[in-house]
Write a new protein. Sequence first.
Length: 385
Amino acid sequence: METNNLKDVKNYNYGIEKIFENAQDFLPINGTDYVELYVGNAKQAAHYYKTAFGFQSLAYAGMETGLRDRASYVVVQDKIKLVLTTPLSADSAIADHLRKHGDGVKVIALWVDDARKAFEVTTSRGAEVYFEPVVEKDDNGEVVRAGIRTYGDTVHIFVERRNYNGTFLPGYEPWESEYNPQSTGLKYIDHMVGNVELGSMNKWAEYYAKVMGFANLVTFDDKDISTQYTALMSKVMTNGNGRIKFPINEPAIGLKKSQVEEYLDFYGGAGCQHIAVATDDIVFTISEMRKRGVEFLYVPGKYYDTVQQRVGEIAEDMATLKSLGIMVDRDEEGYLLQIFTKPVEDRPTLFFEIIQRKGARSFGKGNFQALFESIEAEQARRGTL
């Protein structure tokens, strides 16, 4: 029997295969190479992501490797690489970025077969240059990188590493550490969400379509994502193979300040709101992360009163999901389970989503109401609603 949620999803989640086909293939992307965060103290941030999220030490660059302006620690879990970078002096662009934004995502690096071609095709279509192609070499081979700008101060770096077999990138050395906690089961980056200013969503959606050949997978408006007080609008952009998905959010007019407006205020402009990371066993992952001190948004208990009716039969025990605060939604392809951390720094900006897809390729539309209520409750506690 078809659930009400499935009927609703059919109104917006149609023709996914056709949408992927519509994404142009002039910029083939193999996946996310790494994500670089500028942080106030990279050594301590690395310890946090290892301890709380289950990442392990991979590589390091700093004064010991010849750098004088910054230190970077690279942590890894399965296919996810986070680069945590801090300035070594107040007189640097990294320090300026931190003063304005606080800890947050600077670089979303994309793995490509030909970085020069990726740079040429995107800049010819209107992308603003971050840096031109450079060849970086060491005893393990060479890497070609090039960069373009996107929303706010965020950038994309194209990484070509087919002629490199080192630990991470030239200039980095292996980071040997006796402290490598057990993985929490995180596998890969599912999507990354950008928050942009009111009236800018279409501009950046068109940017990804024109400059990078992405297609609009799904659009949400203020009727889909809203509460009594706040709302937002979103367009999800995807590349041709579906490995890269960038939802772009903007605030919608509401009675009070929305989560997007709060983010823009505290981040000092547009930026990456959250990183969604995938797992094959969300119950194990969240159980482990809770034990390690990660804080998650509270889901109202009444949410689970109707969830079975909306999503139908699932393999997981509903009582277990409720105890952990994990939400469930279904589309025509299957279902998904998801949960959101609280911000991982003191500014209410960057947070993480943990997601397990069991066939579903949508974005949890049926969970938006509960999610918004949870976020508004946190905003009210902070006095920013």
